[in-house]
Ligand binder design. Structure first.
Ligand code: ADP
Ligand code: MG
Length: 706
């Protein structure tokens, strides 16, 4: 064993009981190369050694349990497809249990001993009154001496190949146990400053390592788990905050010192309503940011209908007051067009050059816009991702707004920055996908976050109602009465790629049926779905916006941003097939005017438990953040839009859905520390600095996060 190394850096094959061949398996199967990797691959559960169950009392679908008894017989059975399995009969004082293994057959055949007493562990299945256990963990009672002292035995992540090499949890337990006996306190560097350990009553790095593998009681287990969770989130936050500082230092932007003619004229004479306090607060935050010579990178979160657009517009006017151009990029043509029209309307009579650019703007018109943009005669340009194409050149872009940011990839956003060679434009990304605070902290830990947490006054709470198919006649009646009042209606059908044909058919059938209840010429119906040409979509959309049509039948293409205040009813078909955040976005299409609005969730009688919870949540609350929290719990973080590729959420133990308190604490400590000592130079932060350096080597490309 090379002696100049810390024992934790010892290559895995040098560990007693491992050797070159098993070492190779560790490397290939679990990416475990060193003792450190081995010890920091934590158990994912524990066997409670204090309890033995009786076979006769065991119920199906229960937890993993421990039994003690005799392995009566073992048999190898050749399967039809040439795959062998091992079956065994196990008995205790109360009954019999069948054991089955499909993996590691060769190894098991050699090692299992008929007639011996075993402690076994696993989940019991019951089928036709017969009880069985698949892949139980087996341990000879005669060899379980080590457990006489232990309360919980760790169970480690494994693979088929690991098991085949005899590297099951039991073997690993032995290896890790003897390693932990050798390792001393000095070998395990403390990564946190002593004052944090004291203040939070956190266990030391050394104890944590011992206890996470072999806790002797519930408390030790909990202390170890909590420290690891804290540390996982703490260091992600420290790294994000450091990167934010680095970025501020690297990317200079023009300071917008002046609030002048454009902003003031608009604010004092053109603003059609009083801003909400939340809007005012956010504008202040943006103003303060843009006033500095460092690039603003701000995320603006605000529930659907909270009035983000006006905030973006006022910010663009500040840029204009300082002689800079702005752009607003939206994810769809419809949305970009809508922004263009509403902003043009608001700025009427103000001598401001506004232009619209998308893929559909072509030929001479396009050439003129590009020319004027380059010369600076266009002050504000609104459009789709066409804005970030190579040949779109600004005179001096100072401020860029990205609407509904989760629809754009990171790379697309980064291209905006490059639209100004000299000084990076200030960036505001807006999202109506409410991201739970915990998730925002992780994902956007290096962005500043503003929240509009208040809706404009006078909005009536949308009434959300769940109805079954049998209530359709009443629904039709209700829709008639709303239309009679002059209101408009959305009817949304699910459409997913896998079942696209069928989904489109459903939509078309639904449309045909509606025609009977709402026949032309008295009634007109728009149809919009993703498979239509964008010009046709726009035309249909336009007919709805100018009230030619009373009903819009659509797929989720209308999910984002569309603003038709006269629409007061949102009917969602096959509601159980939509995700929560999608439902919330859809509901946000109504309730935009002064009238009472309704969201009607249609379902079949058969709904899964999770589907029911989604629907109940929608009926219970209109609060996007509350909905996002439930969504996070139901689906886990991996599915939340935008998080998939971030790689930031690969925590070993931390659960961002449920460990909120730990995350808050860790985030606050990280903030204070980086504020107080941004270079981590103080002796008191030495442990942190060392760990950050180590992590930097471990994740070389971490700087590319965000
Ligand atoms: P979102 O945040 O979903 O993008 P919008 O910016 O589209 O919301 O605003 C939704 C609607 O609310 C628009 O019709 C807008 O004119 C209106 N609105 C925004 N702010 C206010 C306010 N302070 N008072 C009244 N209406 C407002
Ligand atoms: Mg919007």
């Amino acid at each position: 064993m090379p002696n100049h190394l810390n024992i934790l850096d010892t290559p895995i094959e040098y560990v007693k009981g491992i050797g070159p061949s098993r070492g190779e398996t560790f490397r290939k199967e679990l990416n475990i190369h060193t003792v450190r990797n081995l010890l920091y691959t934590f158990p994912f559960r524990y066997i409670d050694r204090t309890k033995f169950h009786l076979i006769k009392d065991v119920k199906a679908e229960g937890d993993n349990i421990q039994l003690k008894g005799t392995l009566v017989s073992v048999e190898k059975i050749k399967g039809k497809t040439n795959r062998s399995r091992i079956t065994g009969t196990f008995k205790d004082s109360s009954g019999f249990l069948e054991l089955v293994w499909f993996q590691g057959v060769t190894w098991l055949e050699k090692s299992l001993k008929e007639g011996e007493e075993y402690i076994i562990y696993g989940k019991v299945n019951v089928f036709n009154g017969n009880k069985s256990m698949v892949h139980p963990e087996m341990e000879l009672v005669s060899e379980s001496a080590i457990h006489l002292t232990s309360t919980f035995d760790p169970v480690y992540p494994s693979t088929e190949k690991m098991d085949a090499k005899g590297l099951d949890s039991k073997t690993r337990r032995k290896i890790i146990n003897s390693l932990l006996i050798t390792i001393e306190e000095k070998d395990v560097s403390e990564t946190l400053p002593p004052y944090i350990l004291e203040k939070l009553k956190i266990s030391s790095a050394y104890n944590t390592l011992k206890w996470i593998h072999f806790p002797s009681n519930e408390r030790e287990k909990e202390l170890a788990v909590n420290r690891i969770k804290f540390e996982e989130f703490f260091f992600v936050q420290v790294r994000l905050l450091l990167s934010k500082i680095y970025r501020k230092y690297k990317y200079r932007s023009a300071p917008f010192a002046t609030i002048g003619h454009y902003f003031n004229t608009f604010y004092n004479h053109k603003l059609p309503y009083e801003l909400t306090n939340a809007q005012k607060k956010v504008i202040k935050e943006i103003r303060a940011d843009m006033g500095k010579p460092v690039q603003m990178n701000r995320l603006l979160q605000g529930d659907v209908g909270s009035g983000k657009t006006i905030v973006a517009l006022l910010s663009m006017l500040i840029a204009l007051d300082n002689g800079f151009q702005s752009c607003l990029m939206a994810p769809t043509e419809i949305l970009a067009q809508q922004h263009f029209e509403s902003i043009s309307g608001l700025l009427q009579g103000m001598e401001i050059g506004i232009a619209f650019l998308s893929g559909s703007v072509k030929g001479k018109k396009r050439a003129t816009i590009l020319e004027e943009l380059k010369e600076g005669r266009v002050n504000i340009i609104i459009g789709t991702h066409a804005l970030i194409e190579e040949h779109v050149v600004f005179k001096n872009l100072g401020f860029a707004v990205v609407d509904e940011q989760h629809r754009f990839g990171v790379a697309q956003r980064a291209r905006l920055w490059k639209k100004n060679d000299a000084l990076a434009p200030h960036i505001l990304v807006m999202t109506a996908t409410p991201i739970p605070r915990t998730l925002a902290m992780t994902l956007y830990g290096d962005l500043d976050v503003s929240v509009i947490d208040e809706l404009p006054p006078g909005r009536k709470e949308i009434k959300t109602i769940h109805k079954y198919e049998t209530a359709r006649p009443q629904l039709i009646q209700f829709l008639h009465s709303e239309i009679a009042k002059g209101r408009q209606i959305y009817i949304v059908y699910p459409l997913i790629e896998e079942s696209e044909k069928l989904d489109l058919q459903n939509l078309n059938d639904g449309y045909e049926r509606l025609l009977q209840y709402f026949p032309p010429p008295d009634f007109q119906i728009s149809v919009v779905h993703g498979r239509m040409k964008s010009a046709d979509k726009d035309w249909e959309m336009q007919r709805f916006i100018n009230r030619t049509t009373q009903i819009m039948v659509a797929t989720t293409v209308i999910e984002v941003g569309v603003n038709v205040p006269n629409a007061s009813v949102m009917v969602i078909e096959n509601t159980e097939r939509f995700g929560l955040s999608q439902l919330h976005q859809l509901r946000g299409r109504v309730g935009r005017g002064a009238d009472q609005s309704y969201c009607i969730l249609m379902t079949d009688y058969k709904i899964s438990k999770e589907g029911k919870e989604r629907i109940n949540t929608m009926v219970r609350t209109n609060n996007g953040f509350e909905i996002a929290e439930v969504d996070l719990k139901l689906r886990g973080p991996g599915d939340i839009q935008g998080t998939q590729q971030s790689g930031l959420l690969d925590f070993k133990l931390l659960n961002i859905g449920t460990d909120r308190a730990i995350m808050d604490t860790a985030r606050n400590f990280a903030l204070h520390i980086i504020e107080d000592d941004p270079k981590l130079e103080k002796p008191i932060h030495e442990n942190i600095r060392k760990e950050v350096t180590r992590l930097k080597h471990q994740y070389k490309d971490w700087a590319r996060i965000s």
